[in-house]
Design a protein around this ligand. Sequence first.
Ligand code: PEP
Length: 251
Amino acid sequence: MRRGLAAGNWKMNGTGGDLGEIALLAAAHPAPASEVLICPPATLIARMADAARGTPIAVGGQDCHPAEKGAHTGDLSAAMLAEAGASHVILGHSERRADHGETDDLVRAKAEAARAAGLTAIVCVGETLAEREAGRTLEIVEGQLAGSVPDGAAGDTLVVAYEPVWAIGTGLTPTTEQIAEVHAALRAALTARFGAEIAGAIRLLYGGSVKAANATEIFAVADVDGALVGGASLKAADFGPIVAALDARLG
Ligand code: PEP
């Protein structure tokens, strides 16, 4: 049984005054069966890691550079994130693919750098609305998966997040049948590439307008091992019930 993962993506939100959410979340969920992760802006990683020490909450980054070090103004290496206290890093989020032109090759290189630094990569894939309406959803996500996931991936170094671009921050969500179809296809593609044992250990998250009101229904879908949550991860009062829903389903 794969352990559930409730991952929060704060995106470009949060300053020091928001770190109190960690204590609130830990107080409400002192011993969750699921893994709980918050990925704040890079400026908060070290302070959040301090705030989370002694709690079950892990801290992650939202991106890293593929190189170990060098002349890359404004970028951060995976080792820097790890040193600051991160255990995970989100890679290939659709906002980075769109805003920064990130390609599958680049995401794959970043995932390799993350693994070398001891971080678990959360690699995001997902179709646009135009791609879904053109019937290309599986082709798109399978292509992104093949291109973005490095060889030698395993359950402790890789998590895959299915995030339909049209569902992120919009309040729209796919039907449970649509989520099930994509997650089954992702699991099958991982199985074909890595074998059943390794693929069976890689967690598949759903992301896109997850909130307390729809979490239970989404977590009941086969092959959904947790969620990557944006807006509803900013406040412990919103994220806590999502953790509880995942615990109730998976643990
Ligand atoms: C995300 O950005 O990864 C995300 C899923 O955002 P939201 O939950 O706000 O749709």
